[in-house]
Design a protein around this ligand. Structure first.
Ligand SMILES: *Cc1c(COP(=O)(O)O)cnc(C)c1O
Length: 453
């Protein structure tokens, strides 16, 4: 029997508590074990070992309760161990844990595909394929685009992040830590400048037009439109520093791609599933990609990823050409259905917009008070501050960013950094976080600015 589970209760007290130094003695002890047992290449933003988590709180092994502005990198948007997710996974675990969809299929996979086809941008016929990780979804989107178009070149952007497998690394822009010494990388990957208003050389006003011209001319001169299979873009760049392209940029890319028979792949792995205040960030501009990759927020913390796209593209590959042993695992599919149900019935897109309305005015006050805050940007519950050296230089200040993040961690607030220059503080709270925790988190951030600048 599956125990009854109260769908309304978060079983973790929603109050910050710092009762030891952070990390505390038990975390430090676990960290010593970890450094002996776990490969050094796997790093952690803060070495606090978690015992349980829920809502907007992480509880560590020393009994500290930390406010969570990270959501495990935009994953636990519905909160950790969200009631409907736990209930669905428990029930599934008691029935079966794996058959392999390529051996003997099951309904959960089909139901997730149906939901994705319904929720993703565009009203055209769509199909989906499920995988384990974002990188794997990206790899498969590239396979589909090449197969369908019979072309090879893939265009990605400066500051892009698409994952850590071979093709995904090739598409990712940043050498350290993602690519450095891991080459050679797969070929036929080309890179265009990203429309990055804050850092556009001739000013933000020229950014959309000039970036679009540089992009089309790069494709024309370096590849040839009819050799280009796809353009892959994050509608708001994640690891690159929450870069929001100016209005019109994505629309023009999308129209230009469809004119040339080039597929547009929207990588919504970080932006998807209510994070930016809509189901997908493409919706803010009415952009309808041919293929969309999703992962992070899709399944409340269980590993699941997908490629969803035009039925004619998705059905072009021969049977057996796509797949993977664990892709669309039944527990992960149940979790995704519980996650999507929660997002729909609790209006978590609205919750993301509410978080934006609470946070942005306070972040803007910090920007006005400290000239090291170059820009506050983002959308919904995907918000960031780009930090620069004093004096209006726009020179990235990664050291200050790291200091402020560390200061926040010490006070029991989990914040993450990002950006090509490591100078972006990013905020990705669970969409179910309470207003009081949100406000307290920003109080801590304010104090960290006061202490660090
Ligand atoms: C995290 C991320 C990926 C990679 O996902 P993994 O699950 O870590 O492989 C790809 N694209 C974007 C935009 C991401 O944020």
């Amino acid at each position: 029997m599956v125990a009854a589970y109260d769908a309304g209760v978060i079983p973790v007290e929603q109050r910050r508590l710092v009762r030891t130094e952070i990390p505390g003695p038990r975390s430090q002890e676990l960290h010593r074990r970890r450094t002996q047992a776990v490969a050094a290449g796997i790093a952690s933003a803060l070495p606090v070992y978690v015992e349980r988590a829920g809502g907007g709180i992480l509880v560590d092994v020393d009994g500290n309760r930390l406010i969570d502005f990270g959501s495990g990198i935009a994953v636990t948007s519905v909160g950790n161990s969200a009631p409907r997710v736990v209930q669905a996974v428990r029930a599934q675990a008691e029935h079966f844990t794996h058959t392999c969809f390529m051996v003997a299929p099951y309904e959960g996979y089909v139901a997730v595909a149906e939901k994705l086809n319904e929720l993703t941008p565009g009203s055209h016929d769509k199909m989906s394929a499920l995988f384990n990780s974002g990188a794997e979804a990206v790899e498969n989107a590239v396979k589909l685009a090449r197969y369908h178009t019979g072309r090879q070149a893939i265009v990605a952007f400066d500051h892009a992040y698409h994952g850590r497998t071979a093709m995904a690394m090739a598409l990712t822009a940043k050498a350290m830590p993602y690519k450095y010494r891991f080459g050679p990388f797969p070929g036929e990957v080309y890179r265009a400048p990203m429309a990055y208003p804050y850092r556009w050389p001739t000013g933000a006003d020229n950014c959309a037009d000039e970036a679009f011209d540089l992009f089309t001319s790069m494709v024309h001169t370096q590849i040839g439109e009819d050799s280009t299979a796809a353009v892959i873009v994050e509608p708001i760049q994640g690891e690159g520093g929450f870069i929001v392209p100016p209005p019109g940029f994505l629309t023009r890319i999308s129209e230009w791609c469809s004119h040339h028979g080039i597929l547009l792949i929207a990588d919504e792995i970080q932006t998807g599933f209510c994070r930016t205040g809509d189901w997908f960030a493409c919706n803010h501009e009415g952009v309808v990609p041919d293929l969309i990759t999703t992962a992070k927020g899709i399944a409340g913390g269980l590993p699941l990823a997908a490629v969803t796209g035009r039925a004619e593209v998705m059905s072009s590959v021969h049977p057996g050409g796509l797949g993977g042993t664990f892709g669309g695992n039944p527990l992960a599919c149940s979790a995704a259905l519980g996650t999507i149900e929660t997002m729909e019935s609790d209006n978590l897109c609205g919750a993301a917009r509410h978080i934006e309305s609470q946070m942005v005015p306070r972040l803007a006050r910090l920007r006005d008070a400290y000239d090291v805050v170059g820009e506050v940007r983002g959308r919904g519950a995907m918000l960031a501050m780009e930090l620069v050296e004093k004096g209006g230089t726009k020179k990235p200040d990664g050291a200050l960013t790291a200091r402020i993040a560390r200061e926040c961690h010490r006070e029991g607030l989990v914040v993450l950094t990002a950006g090509t220059y490591g100078n972006v503080l990013r905020f990705l709270p669970p969409l179910v976080i309470g207003d009081d925790l949100l406000a307290e988190g920003i109080d801590i951030l304010e104090a960290a600015f006061a202490a660090s600048t």
